[in-house]
Design a protein around this ligand. Structure first.
Ligand code: UDP
Length: 337
């Protein structure tokens, strides 16, 4: 197989995609970013990357992408609808559009001889029954998607399985737990924002009056949902490590997290310590689709590839996010203004 030089990053104008693109460039790769900018930001694409604005739903645009870049050696597929809550209201975005877009990409990529593929997958594959909710989740846990978002990702994992069997595609599915944190110049900027840490930090910036806790009657130590928060830079490094090992790995699923869970109330407390702001919180109803507990066991990738998260502490993660939000209070719109 051809050596690895040029990588296509779909969704490379988004949060995790743009930071991974930056790290790929720092590691010496040529990167082509393909993004429709529905959720991403052109300013987030590192200037050293080639940026192609286009939509995976548009087969002609995908074909043109590979016509213009016939030398792509590997693909990291981030482009996706990504919200658990939205998927409970608009399931077909997740059970149709995310699948069709992945299929369009895979169809063209395999026709052009691309044989390396990494999928952004999710911990939402694991909505465990009550008797298993407190276990750290490894790759052998049963797949029970928590929402159409998770189910759609699982369908794509299965699509990859068959592309491996039929076309010899080498692939890895990286199931992120809760991606968070920032670099000084790249971070979360979603509209609308739905994620806990940026919302809490928007309260600290005075942009929101309070944070609403989605339910405090879960079977956890303080009644609020428990999650495994993993820094985006640690995720970016996992992508590069896995892509570089893919020729020998052939197919893999890896769960990516810190292995330690924090409740919503503990996240808010940590943000109070980092920002010095009181961050008022009120309790609201549960959000549909939210499992009570999601904590990763990342033993497999640690053992096989020596991956080790550099940001193990929640406060350090929130500190990095705070730096980004403090210096970019309107996200990318704050740049150059
Ligand atoms: N959450 C919350 N209030 C909010 C946003 C999120 O209580 O305004 C909770 C949510 O129910 C979940 C956790 O925070 O238990 C993390 O949610 P987020 O949307 O950040 O990530 P997800 O777990 O959906 O990937």
């Amino acid at each position: 197989m051809k050596s690895l030089n040029k990588i296509l990053v779909t969704g490379g104008a988004g949060y995790i995609g743009s930071i991974t693109t930056q790290e790929l460039i720092s590691a010496g790769y040529d990167v082509v970013v393909f993004d429709n900018l529905h959720q991403g930001h052109a300013e987030a694409v590192p200037p050293q990357a080639t940026f192609v604005r286009g939509d995976l739903a548009d087969k002609a645009a995908v074909k043109a992408l590979f016509d213009d870049h016939p030398d792509i050696d590997g693909i990291m597929h981030f482009a996706s609808y990504t919200l658990v809550g939205e998927s409970m209201e608009k399931p077909l975005l997740y059970l149709r559009d995310n699948l069709v877009n992945a299929a369009n990409l895979l169809e063209e990529a395999t026709a052009r001889g691309v044989r390396r593929f990494i999928l952004s997958s999710t911990a939402n594959l694991f909505d465990l029954p009550p008797d298993r909710q407190f276990d750290a989740i490894d790759e052998r846990f049963p797949i029970i998607p928590g929402s159409p978002y998770g189910e759609g990702k699982f369908f794509i994992e299965r699509m990859l399985h068959w592309f491996n069997r039929i076309y010899g595609l080498k692939y890895a599915c990286l199931r992120y737990f809760n991606a968070c944190g920032a670099l000084p110049d790249r971070g979360e900027d979603h509209n609308p924002e739905t994620h806990l840490i940026p919302l809490v930090l928007q309260v600290a910036l005075g942009q929101r009056p309070h944070i609403t806790i989605f339910g405090d009657d879960y079977p956890t130590r303080d009644g609020t949902c428990l999650r495994d928060y993993i820094h985006v830079i640690d995720l970016a490094h996992a992508h590069i490590l896995v892509m570089e090992a893919l020729d020998r790995l052939v197919t893999r699923q890896y769960n990516l997290g810190n292995g330690k869970g924090y409740t919503v109330k503990e996240v808010i407390e940590a943000a109070r310590r980092v920002t010095g702001h009181p961050i008022p919180a009120i309790v609201g109803p549960r959000r549909p689709g939210d499992p009570a507990v999601l904590v990763a066991s990342s033993e497999t990738i640690r053992r096989e590839l020596g991956w080790e998260p550099k940001y193990a502490s929640l406060e350090a993660i929130i500190q990095s996010a705070w730096e980004w939000h403090r210096t970019h209070p309107r996200g990318y719109a704050s740049l150059g203004k």
